[in-house]
Design a protein around this ligand. Structure first.
Ligand code: SF4
Length: 768
């Protein structure tokens, strides 16, 4: 019998703060995950699902994009993966009566956590303009309605079509095809807010916007530098790969403003020493860097490498590789000759000895991998910082050989695949040409809006219709108040979703929610059960098969929703066989094999156990599809984060029991937080300087030039070992502090890791 959904939103008066943990996973990870899964799914459903998860003939975890090892274990999942599956596969459903008893005004007062606990969506619902309630409708209605609204637009560019990284390859391909056949490139997606800085930097310098390593390279590396990433929570199975690397003699260096448990020690629950012993120490060196100081650190090490070369010419740099495969070394040398070490010491907040120790580790390592995530990409200079990662790796030829390379780790299961399938507001001409050849229509060439630009276009009244394939943009994006106001200014919002979230509550004048199948659900079409595919962080593409019957017969797959909408909007007499696509997904893959490079013979390759790995020039053959045909060593100006006295540099973070904007519980056990999320983490010495103390209540106020202050109210101060001058608070709540104008140069990714804030005693709560 499924549990009852919570009626009231949990009050945060049960908040408990314990000292942070010094290790990750272990028995608590197992018990926490299993009690959640068994409690929510029951033993049989939990066993069926967890035993099929990430298996070669099973389904792919819908959470992060950590790759699967070729040799899968019986329990090929982590605690947060088990949570993600349990959250999606609950048998609790939102009853029809829910919509009558909960107005949007009521739902707007509910937390993300409460909304997500209401169960799976199982019927399409419509909110008419002027109404404060959703009402259930049949499946015929939404397609007719959306089609009439889209056709009534003066231009296709008055609509925008968002994609969350959960969409599978086949879905993403037909979706972008529909949107382009409709006539726009307004295809914002969640990677605009996460690894867009990565794509921008790597495409320019290496000719590929993805990892240049294979899974097995982790085990053969000598040095793995983990920058701006918290794998213990956001990519937990990575801890297993780091443990294997250590066992093979690798050194690990972690660079992060927060001493995250998962960077320090791993108790692998698949081993005895992990279950009952001490586990494995991970970081050999932990650099507690000042937020935004990574670029200065990277330039410091590159400078040390060049100095070592000058001291022993011909023995340090990989001259053969540099001469044959790169350009820009001379300009880089000249630039770093003027390097200001004092500025770097200030920017990093690190000691000279610490940075030199890392430089020595780099110089003594033959094969080096650098991994990174949001702590690097969500900065004003995020793009240039990633270019400096590439610079450092190129100096000693750490690209395109075993155990070495650049490896951004993606946070959403198929965010990389979606981009590969054409979900991009700035599509390459070659992709559009291939689309035109395959489908005999001329796709739009004018670039569309990314996520931030889409909100800005809404503010200007240019976007009338917002269609979202999954996701929760109003919560995920920066400047919550402005984003919500913009979204409410549209005429129609449509959300294709499995469960409730804030984006169902903050709507246009008219709104639709279209319930869809999840990754765990069997997808039956006229030609039989269908499978879809995903691409992980190291460019491996594999199939994912639903494992359990859907919780309701009234659900449509994302492919069905997109293809039926396309037929309603574009008709059935065009060059694209939408019905055929829905009938049998092999036909979608046939077209993908002719349009997307690397997917030739897709239908045969995807049926291989474990799938296949996409070609990758830098990894496979040290070929670089850049503007010069060579790997580019670039010159980047160091601009440290300026933080006035009495202010702090705040970063937004996830709790351990959270995936993107989805909150599984109100706990963050690694950081010692239980039963609440209204906390701000501050270094004890900063608290003394600010005249504040652990436990006091503050308003967190952010400052952005030329704009009014933004406030996150009534947060409990937690004295926490952050780096000096740096603070942290959970998103999506803290997104209210980030100006929409505060974005990374070159990628337009919101700068959520360096928000200048002041802490003020909490203002007394205003009467409701
Ligand atoms: S590491 Fe990521 S992909 Fe793997 S099970 Fe955990 S959450 Fe899922």
């Amino acid at each position: 019998m499924p549990r009852k959904p919570p009626v009231a939103d949990p009050a945060y008066d049960q908040l408990r703060v314990d000292p942070p943990e010094s290790w990750a996973a272990g028995l608590p990870g197992v018990t926490s995950a299993m009690s959640y899964a068994l409690g929510e799914l029951g033993p049989r459903r939990a066993l069926t699902l967890l035993s099929r998860m990430n298996q070669k003939d099973g389904f792919d975890c819908m959470s992060c994009a950590w790759p699967d090892p070729d040799h899968r274990t019986r329990a090929e999942f982590c605690e947060n993966g088990a949570r993600a599956v349990t959250w999606e596969a609950t048998t609790l459903t939102v009853p029809t009566s829910f919509w009558a008893s909960h107005s949007l005004t009521d739902l707007a007062s509910r937390s993300e956590y409460w909304l997500g606990q209401q169960g799976r969506l199982v019927e399409p619902v419509h909110k008419a303009a002027g109404s404060d309630h959703y009402e259930p409708i049949s499946w015929v209605e939404p397609f007719r309605l959306v089609a009439s609204r889209l056709r009534a637009l003066e231009s296709p560019d008055q609509a925008a079509f968002y994609t969350s990284g959960r969409a599978a390859n086949e879905t993403a391909f037909v979706y972008q095809l529909f949107v382009r056949a409709f006539g726009t490139n307004n295809l914002p997606d969640c990677s605009n807010m996460c690894h867009e800085s990565t794509g921008t930097a790597m495409l320019e310098t290496l000719g590929v916007g993805k990892s240049t390593i294979a899974y097995d390279d982790f085990a053969t590396s000598d040095l793995i530098i983990v920058m701006g990433q918290n794998p213990g929570t956001n990519h937990p199975r990575m801890l297993g790969a780091l443990e294997d690397a250590k066992r093979n003699g690798a050194a690990i260096v972690a660079v992060n403003p927060l001493p995250e448990a998962g960077l320090r020690r791993f108790k692998n629950p698949k081993t005895v020493r992990g279950l009952v012993g001490r586990g494995t120490d991970l970081a050999d060196q932990f650099l507690q860097i000042r937020s935004g100081g990574d670029m200065a650190l990277l330039q410091w090490i590159s400078r040390r490498v060049l100095q070592a070369e000058d001291a022993h010419p011909g023995t340090v740099l990989d001259h053969e590789f540099l001469a044959e495969h790169t350009d820009g070394l001379a300009q880089f040398r000249a630039h770093l000759a003027l390097f200001d070490e004092d500025a770097a010491l200030t920017a990093t907040g690190l000691a000279r000895e610490e940075m030199d120790e890392l430089a020595d580790r780099y110089l003594s390592a033959d094969r080096v991998i650098v991994t990174w995530a949001m702590g690097i990409t969500q900065h004003r200079k995020g793009v240039d910082t990633i270019k400096e990662i590439v610079n450092l790796l190129l100096l000693r030829g750490n690209i395109g050989r075993p155990g070495a390379g650049a490896s951004p780790i993606r946070g959403h299961s198929n965010v990389q695949g979606d981009r590969t399938m054409g979900i991009w507001e700035r599509p390459p001409a070659a992709f559009l040409d291939a689309l035109a050849d395959e489908f005999s229509f001329e796709p739009p060439r004018r670039h569309g809006f990314d996520s931030v630009q889409a909100i800005e276009a809404m503010q200007r009244g240019e976007i009338k219709v917002w269609f979202a394939l999954g996701g929760n943009l109003v919560a995920a994006i920066s400047d919550t108040a402005a984003a919500e106001e913009a979204m409410r200014g549209t005429d129609l919002t449509v959300q294709v979703s499995t469960k409730l979230n804030r984006s169902h509550v903050v709507t246009g004048a008219e709104a639709l929610i279209l319930p869809t199948l999840g990754r765990t659900d069997v997808d039956l079409q006229a030609s039989g059960a269908q499978f879809v595919s995903v691409e992980d962080s190291v460019c491996a593409v594999h199939a994912t098969h639903g494992a359990v019957p859907p919780v309701s017969d009234n659900l449509l797959s994302e492919v069905s929703i997109v293809t039926r909408l396309a037929r309603a909007v574009l008709g059935d007499d065009g060059p694209i066989d939408w019905a055929g696509f829905e009938h049998d997904y092999d036909t979608i893959r046939e077209s993908i094999s002719r349009v997307v490079p690397g997917f030739e013979d897709f239908n045969r390759l995807i049926r291989r156990k474990g799938g296949f790995v996409l070609p990758n020039g830098p990894r496979d053959s040290r070929t670089f599809a850049t503007s010069t045909g060579r790997a580019r060593i670039t010159v980047n100006e160091l601009v440290p984060v300026e933080c006035p006295d009495g202010r702090l540099i705040l970063q937004t973070i996830r709790s351990h029991d959270q995936f993107n904007t989805t909150t599984y519980s109100l706990n963050d056990r690694y950081r010692g937080i239980h039963g609440g999320r209204d906390v701000v983490f501050v270094n004890p010495s900063d608290l003394v300087d600010l005249g504040l103390s652990d436990g006091s209540r503050v308003d967190v106020v952010s400052e952005w030039p030329g704009e009014p202050d933004r406030v996150l109210r009534n947060q409990r101060v937690v004295a926490y070992p952050t780096s000096r001058g740096c603070a942290a608070a959970y998103f999506p709540e803290a997104n209210v502090l980030v100006s929409l104008s505060s974005t990374a140069l070159g990628s337009n990714t919101p700068v959520s890791k360096a928000v200048i804030v002041r802490l003020e005693p909490a203002a007394p709560p205003t009467a409701p």
